[in-house]
Design a protein around this ligand. Structure first.
Ligand code: DGL
Length: 268
């Protein structure tokens, strides 16, 4: 048995492409449909009700594209919308937070884990809660690094101002005993080099998108839902605004593997 329908992924913007990249690597024959809601980005400063509304519109779009599963390639949508929306739709949905928390718990030796994410993700307390369920003796040190999203979206990772900003924001983590840092926003793997340079090699960076993709692969395989296509899958990207900058960042990040990039309208 096989299932040729595409895998759907959603995010507020280009950050979700870090998860798309993982899916292409681990499931190269699968078709992919991605949507980034650039029209309403950033999600991390919005009230939960709006994050739920906009995420619901992306889920409806992906379902209209006949996807077989949806990956929330967005920590903020995972923290604020997943538990509501999985009750509303039948399609299997996967968030990034549980997998990210589990990976970090498996990695830490000091039992001190750092988390950086958007304001909304950090305020939701989702990471500390999920980590405590796995191991309640672990101390979690969270920092909201909302403005890192803008650094990524404006393609400014390598400027001096951004490096300074990263250093200032992460400085309090240097005062802790963390040996593991969760990049709790899918935009942040695009700053991995700069974050690693500041934190030093003794701190392991955890990208929740990586473990999430392993979980999705296992699920599709156990449900006989992997495609039996032998050629490379099609990668269709959609954005609700900012087509030119989205295109440029997508090409930088994913190279020539993209089949099409569209500007679309969703919702009302
Ligand atoms: N990439 C998103 C996340 O993982 C959200 C960034 C934003 O829109 O604030 O949380």
């Amino acid at each position: 048995m096989s299932d040729k329908r595409p895998i759907g992924l959603l995010d507020s913007g280009v950050g979700g492409l870090t998860v798309v990249e993982e899916v292409i690597k681990k499931l190269p024959h699968e078709d992919i449909v991605f949507i980034g809601d650039e029209a309403h980005m950033p999600y991390g400063v919005r009230p939960a009700s709006e994050i739920i509304k906009y995420t619901r519109e992306m889920v409806e779009f992906l379902i209209s594209q006949n996807v077989k599963a949806i990956i929330y390639a967005c920590n903020t949508a995972t923290a604020r919308a997943l538990s509501t929306l999985e009750k509303e739709f039948d399609v299997p949905m996967f968030g990034v937070i549980k997998s990210g928390a589990q990976s970090a718990v498996a990695d830490t030796k000091t039992d001190d884990i750092g988390v950086i994410g958007t304001e909304s993700t950090v305020n939701s307390g989702s990471y500390p809660e999920t980590i405590a369920k796995v191991d309640d003796k672990i101390k979690v040190h969270s920092i909201a690094a909302q403005h890192f999203v803008k650094i990524v979206e404006s393609d400014a990772a390598d400027t001096d101002a951004s490096k300074e900003d990263i250093a200032q924001t992460l400085a309090p983590l240097k005062e802790t005993n963390i040996d593991t840092l969760i990049l709790g926003c899918t935009h942040f793997p695009m700053l991995e080099k700069q974050i690693q340079a500041f934190m030093g090699e003794s701190v392991k960076l955890v990208d929740p998108g990586i473990e999430t993709t392993n979980v999705v692969k296992k699920y599709l395989s156990s449900e006989a839902m992997l495609t039996d296509n032998q050629q490379s899958g099609k990668v269709e990207l959609n954005t609700t605004a900012n087509l030119d900058s989205f295109k440029a960042l997508a090409k930088d990040w994913l190279g020539s593997g993209i089949s099409e990039i569209n500007l679309i309208r969703i919702g009302d």
